[in-house]
Design a protein around this ligand. Structure first.
Ligand SMILES: *Cc1c(COP(=O)(O)O)cnc(C)c1O
Length: 371
């Protein structure tokens, strides 16, 4: 089946007892044991599994072309689960432009437990130079946050395989509608489903998706169940509901982002636009080869430094100044302020999550703020 069909059907099933077309929300934390000790529906206790979570995990796995998915309470909980499955002392190679929340997790919570380097993973020589006998994982994020750098997934996978290293890919920015890392050889996909999957800026979630039920996956399931950083049945329900429109929402985001990027690139007050769909993007060709579309996120640098960037952002009326991304409404933020004092993000950079408003209204808003 095609992805639009999967999105609608793989996370729902008709309830046999009520014949409700839409799967009900099962709030019960516990399930009846039969006289013979068995659990006929396979559910025992909701931390281990819940019907709404099962449906959500099913649609997540199918969208990414995987065999199984595990849903979490947040993207960071999903990321943390990956790091918790690694043997203490394992070396992890991470990109230099990485979601700051996960970078801080490694630096603050895993210091002394895991060994890690933040490097330009796209530079083959640098990458190979950093591989050590204890390297167990290469973490990639593409397009990256907030510089929209593209990582060549196939190239990383090839190098990793030669050294028997696993590759995990944060696919939050692209979504499976824009990029299928498992098909390109990745060993694991990670998502913050708070973003495009949720799509309405009203729920938090995370996910991991595997191409095979291997030993690593069994450990991931163990951390999910024993650690308990699981999403509630309500969150699973709303996420499965939002996912039904994901393919169509992404089309709208991509359409608007491309036009906005082209508009900004021509504007004399803009220094630089970072969007993989622009010919000027240094990795446009790699993006074209590995992505199905260029996504709905873009960053741009405003001429005149931080003050001009802040003046622009404060003059916007339709774009909301807020962190996060992937919702139907357009959001914009001064990224360096969010990332704190040790950020490497340019001070005149603004990151936009281009929403589903009409593109003419979005362009008009930026024009009035620039003027
Ligand atoms: C938001 C985000 C995360 C973290 O997800 P939460 O749901 O906020 O915990 C991880 N990676 C990327 C790329 C993100 O944008």
């Amino acid at each position: 089946m095609k992805i639009e069909t999967i999105a609608i059907h793989a996370g729902n099933h008709t309830d046999e007892s009520s014949k409700a077309v839409i799967q009900p929300i099962v709030l019960s934390t516990t399930f009846v044991r039969e006289a013979d000790g068995s659990f006929p529906a396979g559910y025992i206790y909701s931390r281990s599994s819940n019907p709404n979570r099962t449906s959500l995990e099913n649609v997540l796995a199918k969208l990414e072309g995987g065999v199984d998915a595990a849903a979490f309470a947040s993207g960071n909980a999903a990321g943390m689960t990956v790091f918790q499955t690694l043997k203490p002392g394992t070396h992890v190679i991470c990109p230099d432009d990485m979601y700051h929340g996960l970078r801080n997790q490694l630096k603050n919570l895993f210091a002394g437990i895991l060994d890690f380097d933040f490097i330009d993973v796209n530079n083959e020589t640098v990458l190979i130079d950093h591989i050590k006998p204890n390297t167990g994982l290469i973490w990639i994020e593409t397009p990256s946050n907030p510089l929209l750098k593209i990582t060549d997934i196939k190239k990383i996978v090839k190098i990793a395989r030669e050294h028997k290293i696993k590759v995990a890919c944060d696919n939050t920015f692209a979504t499976p509608i824009g990029q299928q890392p498992l098909a390109l050889g990745a060993d694991l996909v990670m998502h913050s489903s708070t973003k495009y999957f949720g799509g309405h800026s009203d729920l938090m979630g995370g996910a991991l998706i595997t191409p095979e039920k291997n030993e690593w996956w069994a450990k991931i399931r163990q951390v999910q169940e024993m650690g308990g950083a699981i999403p509630s049945p309500m969150d699973c329900y709303f996420l499965a509901r939002s996912i039904k429109t994901l393919p169509y929402r992404i089309r709208g985001h991509v359409h608007n982002a491309q036009l906005l990027a082209e508009f900004l690139e021509k504007h004399p007050k803009i220094e630089k636009v970072m969007y993989p769909g622009l010919l000027s993007h240094p990795q446009h060709q790699i993006a074209k080869d590995q992505m199905l579309n260029f996504g709905g996120m873009l960053s741009f640098c405003v001429k005149g430094g931080q003050d001009e960037a802040k003046r622009l952002i404060n003059g916007l009326k339709l774009f909301t100044q807020a962190t996060s991304l992937g919702g139907v409404e357009s959001l914009i933020e001064h990224r360096a302020s969010v990332e704190g004092p040790d950020t490497k993000t340019p001070l005149n950079l603004l990151r936009a999550s281009v929403g589903l408003e009409h593109i003419d209204d979005l362009v008009a808003d930026i024009m009035q703020a620039l003027n």
